[in-house]
Every structure is written in structure tokens, then in C-alpha cells.
Design a protein around this ligand. Structure first.
Ligand SMILES: O=C(CO)[C@H](O)[C@H](O)COP(=O)(O)O
Length: 428
């Protein structure tokens, strides 16, 4: 079998950055350069021309995602220097037929992107019969965030067509290696190369995983374990960004400073500093849970202190959030326990048993339900709704990756405004 190709997908907005990143990716062993759809939307065919001029010896793939006017869009890309043009597999047969005619006329090849196709096997066979040159088993970025896998799609295509199959969608070194073992002839990687601080190094790792694929049995992981692993890898600000600036609790401070907390909420409602329900909830919570206590913002009396914190630590509870006051701060600090509260006060409340455990509560400006995910660090606390936890955790990891590349470019001497092209992207 011919050596699989590594195609780097330049899903960026800015052409000079894209050229610089393409150079680094080629140094690391990428073969084909994809002018990504966001770059085409931002810079137009100028991006395709620039890549052709700068990299004359490489395949230039224009990810046009053609949905209509097949001939016109293929012609544009071909005349700008693309050697491969991407069309949507789901486009009408009339669009595909026109795209194929134009591709033959202008001497380029067509790659059909299976994103969102209902019956990928049947459609791939039809596309092959219509003259498409490559099939792309592609799971899009938003689909990846809800757990869809390009490797599953690739597996469905085994033996379905004779033309080469490309695969794309969140691939890294391990999944690129698995893709090659499942028959992929072209491995397309975007985020895990272009948003790395070390683009050449990341491309190199993927290149060697493709060239020397290893079979490693996939690690079984429960959905909860996956969410926890992902949330532990990101910060509260990463999560807030991933949630479009929603989910942040207000007016809280981290009593022990530099601590991190991730866990599912056990909710508590208490009244007038009554500490019975918060303390009873310690025995309701399991290892890794977070107690979230609503005390209606009361700050002249504390429903929480050192002995409760010690008890939490013994049970492996991940942290506590209180929209009120706490006491015994010096002893709690010595434990370095993740405790988030509004303030400190010496008075304890009375344990009368007012309130309830594990009902929906309002706490620090957020609605919290039992089982929602709570993440806290020195920047504050965010609430992640339980039904979107996996998606938000995945998106937060992407936010972090994007920042890694931006940080590297600032280290190299550019300003944040330059890297982000703030002036260009101000809202008009
Ligand atoms: O076409 C795309 C998105 O529509 C991307 O280029 C493709 O998914 C590869 O990027 P990533 O590796 O980040 O998923």
C-alpha cells in the first residue's frame, strides 16, 4: 500500500498566520496543505493563490464544501491553484455532476466530504460511480463535541469503494494511527496540529504514528470519567468561554487560594446560617462530589467551618461552594481544601435542620441541579449543566488548545491584538 498522506487543515482566519503555520507543519512532515473552510470564508481565493505560490511542490486542497454551482466553485479553486477541491457529498447529484465536469476540464481532483450524510456507504458508492476521486470520512468539529467519531464512520466504509478514503475529525497521533490501520489513505488533521504551541513537533508525532501505526486496544472509559478527565484538564475561564460566557457564579472567593475543584453537585439549601443540612449533606455526597450550599447570601453567620471541612476531606469530597460566610479560615487553609465562599465571619449558626438536600437551588446567580458539574479554581466557579457536560468539556479543551497557540505567538513577540486581529474583527 502507498504511504498514507498527512493533510494539515488550516482552519484559521488570517492568511499570514496560516502560511506560517503551514510552513511549520510541512517541516514536521505534513504532505498536503488544506486551505480550510474558515480561511476561505475569511480570505477568499487569495488564500488558495498564496498557498500555491508559497508551496509550489505540494498538493493544495481547497476545502470549499461545495453545495451548489458545482462547476463555478471548482473552476474558481482550480484557477487559484488548488489541485484538490472538496465538495459536500450530500449536495444534489446535479451539483456533483457539474463539479466532476469542471474538475476534468481544469485538471483537478475532487474530494467528497461525508459530513452529515445519512447513508455514507450507499452515498460513497454513488459518488465513486459519478467520478469523484476521494471520499472523506469526516465528522465535523461541532459533531465531535457531542461525541461523534470519525473512526466509527471510517469503519463503516471498509470495502465499500475502490477510490482512496480520507479521514478527518479531531484526529491526534493515536487516532491517526488507528485510522491508517482501518485503511485510510489520507489523514486530515486540523486542531491537533495548527493549535499546538509546537506545530512542527505535533505534525512530526502524527507523521510517525501514521508511518509506524501501533495497535493499542482502546481504553474503556465511562461517560462520567471522560467528563471528569476533560474538566480537570481545563480552567474555569476555559469553561466560561466554551459556554459563551454563561455559567459563572458571582461574588465568590477561593478561601484556600490556589486549589482546583471538579465534581458533580450535591445541592443544599439552608436558612439563616443553620449548619445542620450542609453537614448532613457530607454523608449524602460521594467521593468526588461538590457540595453547593445556598444560604441566600447571608454573611453575618457561618453555616460552615473547619470540622465540616475535615469531615469532607475524609470522605473524598472534591469541594464546597457556599453563597454565604465560612469560619475557621486559618485551619481550613492549612488543609488546602477547595472551599469557595463570599466571606468569613466567626459566628456559627444553629443546627435546627431547616432547609433541604438535593433539590434545585439558586446559588451565586446560577441555577444548580443535583448532578450538574461544578468547576472551581482561583478565577472562580462555573456550573456546567449535566446534560451538556461532555460537549462543554470538549469545547473547553478546544478553547485551551487555541490559547496554547496564541500564547506561543505572543512569546515570539507579537501582541495579543495582532494575533487576534482585533481591529479586523471588531463588530461593524
Ligand atoms: O473541515 C473541517 C471542519 O469542518 C476540519 O478541517 C476537519 O474537521 C479537520 O480538523 P480537526 O482535526 O480539527 O477536526
Amino acid at each position: 500500500m502507498e504511504k498514507p498522506y498527512l493533510q494539515v487543515a488550516l482552519d484559521l482566519l488570517d492568511l499570514p498566520r496560516a502560511v506560517a503555520i503551514a510552513e511549520e507543519a510541512l517541516q514536521g512532515g505534513a504532505d498536503w496543505i488544506e486551505v480550510g473552510t474558515p480561511l476561505i470564508k475569511s480570505e477568499g481565493m487569495a488564500a488558495v493563490r498564496a498557498m500555491r505560490e508559497r508551496f509550489p511542490g505540494h498538493e493544495i486542497v481547497a476545502d470549499m464544501k461545495v453545495a451548489d454551482t458545482g462547476a463555478l466553485e471548482v473552476e474558481m479553486a482550480a484557477k487559484s491553484g488548488a489541485s484538490i477541491v472538496c465538495i459536500l457529498a450530500d449536495a444534489d447529484d446535479a451539483v456533483i455532476a457539474e463539479a466532476v465536469r469542471a474538475a476534468r476540464k481544469y485538471g483537478v481532483r475532487l474530494m467528497a466530504d461525508l459530513i452529515n450524510v445519512a447513508d455514507p456507504v450507499a452515498r460513497s458508492r454513488e459518488l465513486e460511480a459519478m467520478g469523484v476521486d476521494y471520499i472523506n470520512a469526516h465528522v465535523g468539529i461541532d459533531q465531535q463535541m457531542i461525541g461523534k467519531s470519525s473512526l466509527d464512520l471510517l469503519a463503516r466504509l471498509a470495502g465499500a469503494v475502490q477510490i482512496p478514503i480520507a479521514v478527518a475529525g479531531g484526529l491526534d497521533a493515536a487516532t491517526a494511527s488507528a485510522a491508517v490501520q482501518s485503511g485510510a489513505a489520507i489523514v486530515i488533521v486540523g486542531g491537533n496540529i495548527i493549535r499546538s504551541a509546537d506545530v512542527a513537533g505535533s505534525a512530526e508525532r502524527i507523521r510517525s504514528a501514521i508511518d509506524r501505526p501501533e495497535s493499542r486496544p482502546p481504553q474503556a472509559e465511562s461517560p462520567d470519567a471522560a467528563v471528569r478527565r476533560l474538566l480537570e484538564a481545563v480552567s474555569a475561564p476555559n469553561i466560561s468561554d466554551a459556554m459563551h460566557r454563561k455559567g459563572a457564579m458571582t461574588n465568590l472567593v477561593s478561601i484556600c487560594g490556589r486549589v482546583k475543584m471538579v465534581g458533580r453537585a450535591v445541592t443544599v439549601r439552608t436558612i439563616a446560617g443553620d449548619w445542620a443540612k450542609p453537614v448532613e449533606a457530607i454523608d449524602v455526597a460521594g467521593e468526588g462530589d461538590v457540595l453547593v450550599v445556598s444560604s441566600d447570601g447571608v454573611t453575618n453567620v457561618a453555616p460552615w467551618g473547619e470540622l465540616a471541612t475535615l469531615s469532607c476531606r475524609n470522605r473524598g469530597i472534591a469541594g464546597v461552594v457556599i453563597d454565604g460566610a465560612v469560619r475557621d479560615v486559618d485551619d481550613i487553609r492549612a488543609m488546602a481544601f477547595p472551599l469557595f465562599a463570599r466571606t468569613a465571619v466567626p459566628n456559627a449558626g444553629e443546627p435546627k435542620g431547616l432547609g433541604e438536600i438535593n433539590t434545585e437551588i439558586a446559588c451565586c446567580g446560577q441555577e444548580v441541579r443535583p448532578g450538574d458539574w461544578i468547576v472551581g479554581d482561583e478565577s472562580g466557579v462555573v456550573v456546567v449543566p449535566r446534560e451538556r457536560a461532555y460537549e462543554i468539556a470538549r469545547r473547553a479543551v478546544e478553547v485551551k488548545k487555541t490559547e496554547e497557540r496564541i500564547r506561543e505567538e505572543i512569546r515570539r513577540g507579537r501582541s495579543l491584538a495582532e494575533v487576534m486581529e482585533l481591529l479586523k474583527w471588531e463588530k461593524r
